[in-house]
Design a protein around this ligand. Structure first.
Ligand SMILES: *[C@@H]1O[C@H](CO)[C@@H](O)[C@H](O)[C@H]1NC(C)=O
Ligand SMILES: *[C@@H]1O[C@H](CO)[C@@H](O)[C@H](O)[C@H]1NC(C)=O
Ligand SMILES: *[C@@H]1O[C@H](CO)[C@@H](O)[C@H](O)[C@H]1NC(C)=O
Ligand SMILES: *[C@@H]1O[C@H](CO)[C@@H](O)[C@H](O)[C@H]1NC(C)=O
Ligand SMILES: *[C@@H]1O[C@H](CO)[C@@H](O)[C@H](O)[C@H]1NC(C)=O
Ligand SMILES: *[C@@H]1O[C@H](CO)[C@@H](O)[C@H](O)[C@H]1NC(C)=O
Length: 465
């Protein structure tokens, strides 16, 4: 019998969309080294100047992670089947920014330019008084000056690194429209306008990436609102998200995590891949070799914005292969899982890194509990980073943690029944699978009890310990 050609390309295993979030062997070195795993159902591509194609719902789509969407949204199981009557009373929403250019430019420079002329990052500030004179609206226009000698080993083009791309902005609009379709139209929960600052709260990190994403997502939610809304931020040096405050113990614990036998073994298992890339890109430095962060970031940003994988500038026919990129991505997944879940030091790492922010969430959830769902604040939306989403998922006890992709999101829904409060936690649109079971219908008190141990009593002392 002759097999059709297509059958040869089919993977040796079948991964359902949701399962692509939870590789059972993510802790094993074979997760990294077994090339036949490919992307394990993950998707790593998105067009340059258009919104992402909606992926098979629930699939791990690094460039544009799924989010609650009306076509697939279902009420919590006991509400859906009518055994319980309940009403949504609070939504705490966390999301990573949408897709962007990379943080990390290859050490010898890049073979392909990046262009961002199709998005205008506005920059102006105005007086608080609306009757005072308003500023001229200016936007950033990045350019490359050929007389700048440092450009030779960097990258030509018209972007900042990182910055939101037009694809990321368009994905943000869709993200917001989809949230409105669920929580606005369908559940009648969100307010018609975002202007009542007692009912809604928006927060970002101090990074342009999250702020620019907020403008896109909130426009999708409220397409006709003509006013401005406050995007709350803490001062960058003490911010409780995006590693704002400095904490010596956090560095000590991360060093311990990255000095473990498991960590060494994962580096050893991938030594030849690292040698190949070090040679191709003159990247034999600790920044590029000690973790898979930089290569992952560099390749993801290319593929997520309609570009090709990079080639060596010393030999343009020597390019990163799809198989190499996939191994880097699996190594990146292993690393995220190890930092926030598998490592013996994960709990203390999460506490030091994210405990204050988790505490802010717990306080808001506790306010819902204290008022029996009658609190004024209904909707809190936080625009943050992968480095915030990962530890929060770790704290929730996620069963396996792949690198949280662009726009990845956690929705804490709080439902009120006649006499109690329940929670459901959705990760990228699906009930979160955790070591505590599926977070589908858990009493609010139990959810708070899951998170509370990660909230430090005295972070200053812990950090200085
Ligand atoms: C590699 O992964 C495939 C697909 O899951 C599996 O069938 C195979 O046994 C794995 N090989 C090794 C050496 O782990
Ligand atoms: C409704 O769903 C819940 C949760 O899955 C289940 O425990 C319960 O038995 C179901 N009730 C009915 C009437 O189907
Ligand atoms: C950048 O573009 C200029 C003008 O096209 C070109 O001369 C230069 O070689 C390019 N540099 C890099 C690093 O690609
Ligand atoms: C990391 O965890 C190990 C094992 O529990 C422990 O002995 C060590 O003290 C921890 N290191 C730090 C810096 O917390
Ligand atoms: C990278 O540098 C280390 C230490 O200097 C050296 O042992 C190793 O051979 C280098 N690897 C490559 C691929 O150049
Ligand atoms: C450039 O890379 C290609 C593909 O790896 C290789 O065949 C070729 O020999 C290389 N050229 C030089 C000059 O090293």
């Amino acid at each position: 019998m002759i097999l059709p050609l297509l059958a040869l390309a089919a993977p040796a295993y079948a991964v359902s969309a949701v399962d692509s979030f939870y590789p059972p062997n993510i802790e094993d070195l074979s997760w990294i080294t077994n090339g036949s795993l490919g992307t394990y159902g993950g998707l790593y591509s998105a067009p340059a100047s258009a919104a992402s194609e909606p992926s098979p719902y629930g699939a791990y789509d690094y460039c544009s992670m799924p989010h609650p969407r009306a076509q697939e949204y279902v009420l919590p199981a006991p509400v859906q089947n009518g055994s319980v009557k309940a009403q949504l009373v609070y939504l705490e929403y966390l999301q990573r920014h949408q897709r962007r250019t990379p943080y990390n430019i290859l050490p010898g420079g890049e073979n392909e330019e990046y262009h961002c002329d199709d998005i205008l990052p506005y920059l102006y500030a105005g007086p608080a008084s609306s009757t005072a004179q308003q500023p001229l609206r200016v936007y950033a226009k990045t350019y490359s000056d050929p007389a700048n000698p440092f450009l030779d080993d960097y990258v030509n083009g018209t972007c900042q690194y990182p910055q939101l791309t037009i694809g990321g902005l368009l994905d943000g609009y869709q993200h917001g429209r989809d949230l409105w379709a669920v929580y606005g139209d369908r559940l009648g929960f969100l307010p018609r306008t975002p202007e009542d600052g007692r009912r809604v709260w928006f927060r970002s990190s101090s990074s342009a990436l999250t702020q620019d994403s907020a403008g896109g997502v909130l426009r999708g939610l409220w397409p006709h609102y003509s006013g401005a809304v406050p995007l709350h931020q803490q001062a960058a040096s003490v911010d409780t998200v995006n590693e704002g405050y400095s904490c010596a113990a956090e560095d000590t614990v991360l060093d311990a995590i990255e000095a473990s036998d498991e960590w060494e073994a994962h580096l050893a298992a991938t030594a030849s891949l690292r040698d190949d890339l070090a040679t191709m890109f003159d990247a034999n430095t600790s920044a590029w070799m000690s973790t898979y962060d930089h290569f992952s970031d560099n390749f993801q940003a290319r593929l997520c914005n309609g570009y090709e994988l990079p080639c060596s500038r010393a030999n343009l026919s020597e390019c990163v292969t799809q198989a190499q990129a996939e191994e880097i991505f699996r190594a990146g997944d292993w690393m995220w899982d190890y930092w926030y879940r598998a490592s013996a030091n994960a709990t203390s790492y999460i506490t030091l890194l994210e405990g204050l922010f988790i505490g802010e969430i717990v306080n808001r959830l506790q306010a819902v509990a204290d008022s029996k769902g009658e609190q004024t604040l209904q909707y809190s939306h936080n625009f943050i980073h992968d480095g915030d989403i990962g530890p929060v998922l770790g704290a929730l006890g996620i069963k396996a943690l792949r690198w949280p992709g662009m726009g990845s999101n956690i929705a804490f829904e709080i439902w009120k029944t006649e006499d109690d409060l329940f929670s459901r936690v959705l990760y990228s649109g699906h009930p979160l699978q955790t070591t505590h079971g599926m977070l589908e219908w858990v009493s609010l008190a139990d959810l708070i009890a899951i998170l509370q141990p990660f909230v430090p009593d005295d972070i200053i002392t812990l950090c200085n310990a």
